[in-house]
Design a protein around this ligand. Structure first.
Ligand code: FES
Length: 207
């Protein structure tokens, strides 16, 4: 049948409306197939927790610390506000300054962008582990070289320097500058921080 003088069938005999109906059904079928597969994978790999409070034990600086948190709680919030480990600084909630740098299972991470719940069963280490009666060589070098002004970025820098020199004990100044480029200091104490790190390299205080 002709509609308004325009035949909707193509010369090949393929009907445009039939094509649109067919392609729409195909797209819907694709979506229906794709979604359950993704859901099945996440169901297997990600246990559902919350939205209420959740109890877990975090291993922090060698101690088991029972905490009760909402699943959305960051590691920084737990360290500072539940465990009173205030060396971890809330400079940014996007992890762009390095102010909340801590170790989790030996790797440096931003505690501001790490959910505490993902750290269960892992070993967390903070800047406080470098203090005590015999402070780590990096801490002492920061004191010698006055590697701080307001001090807000300093704990993150101390962790970053310690972690970098653990992996690169013979680092050059250029290495150190590159290795610390994830940490920002708004007071601009970079020169003194670099000198502190170089003192540790020269003094053999690594490891
Ligand atoms: S010493 Fe103030 S931000 Fe670094």
């Amino acid at each position: 049948m002709s509609t308004g003088g325009h035949d909707q069938s193509s010369s090949s005999g393929f009907h445009r409306r039939a094509f649109l109906k067919g392609s729409g059904a195909a797209a819907a079928a694709t979506a229906l197939v794709a979604q359950p597969v993704m859901g099945a994978e996440s169901d297997q790999e990600t246990p559902i927790v919350g939205p209420g409070m959740h109890k877990l034990v975090l291993s922090v600086n060698g101690q088991d610390c029972p905490v009760e948190i909402e699943p959305r709680t960051t590691l920084m919030e737990v360290l500072r506000y539940q465990l009173n480990l205030s060396g971890c600084k809330p400079v940014s909630n996007q992890g762009v300054t390095g102010g909340s740098t801590v170790w989790v299972d030996g790797k440096t991470v931003s505690a501001s962008t790490t959910l505490a719940i993902t750290c269960a069963g892992k070993k967390i280490r903070t800047v406080e582990s470098l203090g005590g009666d015999q402070p780590d060589a990096v801490v002492q070098a920061f004191v010698h070289h006055d590697g701080m002004q307001c001090g807000f970025c300093t704990p993150g820098f101390v962790v970053a320097v310690r972690a970098f020199l653990d992996k690169h004990p013979n680092a050059t100044e250029a290495d150190i500058r590159a290795g610390l480029n994830g940490n920002l200091c708004r007071c601009g104490t970079y020169a003194n921080v670099i000198q502190a790190a170089l003192e540790v390299v020269k003094g053999g205080g690594n490891g």
